[in-house]
Write a protein that binds this ligand. Sequence first.
Ligand SMILES: Nc1ncnc2c1ncn2[C@@H]1O[C@H](COP(=O)(O)OP(=O)(O)OP(=O)(O)O)[C@@H](O)[C@H]1O
Ligand SMILES: [Mg+2]
Length: 263
Amino acid sequence: MAPPLTIAVAQQKGGVGKTTTTANLAHAGSRAGARILAIDLDPQGNLTRTLYDQDIPEGQPITADVLTEEGPAPLADVIVSTAWSGLDLAPTVDRDLAAVERDLTQNPRTPARVKLLHDAIQASEVAAGYDVVLIDCPPNIGALTLAALAAADRVLAVTEPTLFSADALVEIEESVARVRQHYQVPVTLSAVLVNKWRSNVIEDRHWRLSLAEQFGDLLLDPPVPQRVIISRAIQAGVSLSQMGADAKPIVELYDRHYRTLTS
Ligand SMILES: Nc1ncnc2c1ncn2[C@@H]1O[C@H](COP(=O)(O)OP(=O)(O)OP(=O)(O)O)[C@@H](O)[C@H]1O
Ligand SMILES: [Mg+2]
């Protein structure tokens, strides 16, 4: 059986919508009947709060344990199932992953350590269980994001339609190229998604055009609009398809982007 397609959702600027995008693509995959593993690789643990409404029991291994040097936990032991069919989660509890990030940053990053997440996803019991793995990255290109890039086949960069976010995309593109070369992995920047798009704002239209020039076919079209219903669903820990008829166009938009990203 083919290993799962692994997609890292990245952007070093905070608050652009990485977690929102990861959660909604995970829901789209679940709606499509795919077996999805969402990995929360951000010490903030926002994806975990969105997809999992229970406490992680004391002693249950979490994502951080997969990345520790001394005897990493198997990813299979970390995974919990969520309320949605086919959607599982590798959860994060903030302080532990932050400690791993500090450790990874302070100690020499051996290729073996950077590739721990890659190896964990490729381990047979995980690889056989999923069609798609989605990794939610923290808002920096630090050690954890590098581990995600080394584990990924594809990177989805999420951006707001502003100059600052657009500039940050160049850095991601360079990081992806560096990781590909340095760790001999197949990762590529395969899509850019403009999020929080306001069609009536001239600046947003301007930056979308300039991103289209810069990234051509990589730019997912149409962008995801700024809509209160999107943040409400995330805060309530429900999927957009549970938000009634008003959310239907957005649900269809994420379904469409999921198909493009995974085809
Ligand atoms: N399209 C959207 N419309 C309205 N609100 C949105 C949209 N996308 C994201 N948000 C809101 O913006 C805030 C930041 O989103 P999110 O947490 O997904 O960003 P992030 O990039 O993961 O942040 P961080 O860098 O801190 O991890 C959240 O309150 C979220 O609900
Ligand atoms: Mg986030």
